[in-house]
Ligand binder design. Structure first.
Ligand SMILES: *Cc1c(COP(=O)(O)O)cnc(C)c1O
Length: 380
């Protein structure tokens, strides 16, 4: 058996990506605009099914930044953000000179706790400022508590910027993730469910909002023959080359979702026989997760003292990449000074949780290496 590195999540090409890229070269559309950019946007609009408009951008982070700008977030404002997430959910709040307010997770979905959210909003209002936006995240592809979070947001009339970077292909009650927020965000980074090598998209409910995002993403050029600017611009548009990769990837998106879900089922089978380890599951049938990453919780009281960290180090010896869950933002040195609302749910998830190799391209050989490493560690 070979011992090549098994990655957590690696790019998986479908086959026609190079054809779209070749077309871009043939027509000399080697620029941040062109038929692939428009084509990818249309593919995504069709895929998401709702009446939404999609703007292709250079990254998911850029989409969050422009989303905050579209929602009118300015210096000195407060923006609520799920604490357990990747730092890219929160960094754009800082780009705007605004203040992040972090919220704990709940145990059903590992995402933003609606109760802690409401407590935070009430407290911020009582201190004199109503938050300008709420950023909940569908971690590892599992939808956050869509209805509960929406109810709180509506009660206080605060818009939702939905971070769906990990959840393309996930659904709640049949409706696609990315379409629940006032604005939605997708990512096509190299490790995501589909990739454009690097890229992202903003999802809006009106054409006017999409046009506005595209305007900002192409340096905010006024309508004039010379370069004229009345607003600050950004260079955030997606390249036509990257969009070509994206068009090829759209053809295999549903297949990749299926394969990721099979990877999780593979782990469910293995861990069914192992005491003290649970594989993360959606709370009920309303939730359909793309299971971008399969994640487990290790309860060392029931594993003869074996911890998440022992397991991670063991897997590393076998050249298998695993990763602790996202370290909550309120525990990050750079964000430590900002307000946090909740208990210690996200902290405990971080301490005991681990993401396992979840790619849609893992071979049978790699799967048997994974299985025997897991069994060796927990059964020894
Ligand atoms: C990947 C990711 C992002 C950022 O997307 P990029 O395309 O890498 O900029 C934002 N939020 C979450 C939750 C992510 O996982």
């Amino acid at each position: 058996m070979n011992n090549d590195k098994i990655w957590l999540s690696s790019p998986h090409m479908g086959g026609s990506e190079q054809k779209f890229v070749q077309e871009a070269f043939d027509a000399n559309w080697v620029a941040p605009l062109g038929p692939n950019v428009t084509g990818l946007e249309q593919d995504l609009e069709q895929y998401l099914k709702s009446d939404v408009f999609v703007g292709a951008l250079s990254s998911g982070t850029a989409a969050i930044h422009l989303g905050l700008i579209l929602l009118g977030v300015k210096a000195g404002d407060e923006v609520i953000c799920q604490s357990m997430t990747f730092s890219a959910s929160a960094n754009p709040i800082m780009y705007q000179g605004a203040t992040p307010i972090f919220i704990d997770s709940e145990l059903d979905t590992w995402n933003m706790c609606p109760k802690a959210l409401e407590a935070a909003i009430r407290d911020r209002i009582s201190k004199g400022k109503k938050p300008k936006a709420i950023i909940p995240v569908h971690l590892y592809g599992t939808p956050y508590k869509i209805e509960e979070i929406r109810a709180v947001a509506d009660a206080y009339e605060i818009p939702i910027l939905e971070d769906s970077a990990e959840a393309l292909g996930s659904r709640y009650k049949g409706k696609m993730c990315g379409t629940f927020g006032d604005i939605g965000v997708l990512s096509f980074n190299g490790n995501k469910i589909i990739t454009t090598s690097g890229g992202g998209a903003i999802v809006t409910s009106t054409k006017a909002l999409k046009d506005r995002a595209v305007f900002f993403s192409t340096q905010s050029r006024d309508n004039a023959p010379h370069y004229q600017h009345s607003e600050i611009g950004y260079n955030y548009r997606m390249s036509n080359i990257c969009a070509g990769i994206g068009r090829g990837q759209m053809e295999v998106l549903d297949k990749h979702v299926d394969l990721r879900r099979q990877m999780r089922a593979f782990y469910v089978d293995i861990f069914a026989e192992i005491e003290g380890v649970s594989v993360f599951s959606t709370p009920n049938e309303d939730y359909f997760s793309n299971y971008w990453l399969s994640a487990i919780l290790v309860d060392s009281n029931r594993t003869n003292g074996k911890t998440r960290e022992d397991f991670r180090l063991f897997m590393e010896q076998f050249n298998i990449e695993t990763r602790p869950l996202w370290k909550p933002m309120h525990l990050q040195p750079i964000f430590a000074e900002y307000p946090y609302y909740g208990e210690s749910v996200s902290e405990e998830l971080f301490n005991n949780g681990l993401c396992l190799p979840s790619g849609s391209n893992l071979s049978e050989n790699e799967k048997s290496r994974l299985k025997s490493a897991i069994i060796t560690f927990f059964k020894a």
